[in-house]
Design a protein around this ligand. Structure first.
Ligand SMILES: NC(=O)c1ccc[n+]([C@@H]2O[C@H](COP(=O)([O-])OP(=O)(O)OC[C@H]3O[C@@H](n4cnc5c(N)ncnc54)[C@H](OP(=O)(O)O)[C@@H]3O)[C@@H](O)[C@H]2O)c1
Length: 140
């Protein structure tokens, strides 16, 4: 089985990668990251390919899928863990007074638009009849 985990540099995505590498049904695992210092890049499993991706850039999504398609024509699992709620410069809004156009646009670009653009580009790899017997469990 082949899987793609998007947003695998830390958190839930990195947890999914570790869990999928424990699963002997997985013979090919693609994982995306932004931070080159991520623990992901130290895992060193021959089944794992780590590819850079900023999900707000559709060209990067298209390039990612082209690279995967050069090696496989099917993916059995695609797990998108990219998301932003807060970071060093943005805190979750607790009041309407805190709403700000630039922040809202950034949330939508990362959390919503990125996900549908990923779906648009990855769709050809999901058009097959081979279903895994059960989906991977979320990381504990
Ligand atoms: N953890 C929880 O209990 C929980 C509960 C409910 C919902 N969630 C939501 O689930 C999502 C994942 O949670 P998490 O705890 O794993 O969060 P996290 O540790 O902050 O991880 C978020 C991931 O998204 C990636 N990312 C952010 N912006 C990106 C972009 N523009 N392009 C590509 N990747 C990008 C980050 O990459 P970098 O490593 O490069 O920053 C990171 O890998 C978040 O939306 C979070 O709000 C989490």
């Amino acid at each position: 089985m082949a899987a793609l985990v998007v947003g695998a540099g830390q958190g839930i995505g990195l947890g999914f990668v570790k869990q999928l590498l424990e699963d002997n049904r997985v013979d090919r695992l693609y994982a995306t990251y932004r931070n080159p210092d991520s623990e992901l890049l130290t895992l060193g499993d021959p089944r794992l390919s780590c590819l850079p991706l900023d999900i707000t850039d559709e060209t990067q999504i298209a390039t990612l899928i082209t690279k995967i398609q050069a090696e496989t024509s099917v993916l059995h699992w695609v797990i998108n863990c990219v998301g932003v709620l807060h970071n060093d410069t943005m805190q979750p809004e607790k009041s309407l007074r805190h709403l700000n156009t630039d922040k809202l646009l950034h949330y939508f670009q990362v959390n919503s638009i990125g996900a549908v653009l990923l779906a648009k580009h990855v769709q050809p790899l999901l058009k097959h009849a081979i279903a895994p017997s059960s989906p991977p469990s979320p990381p504990k």
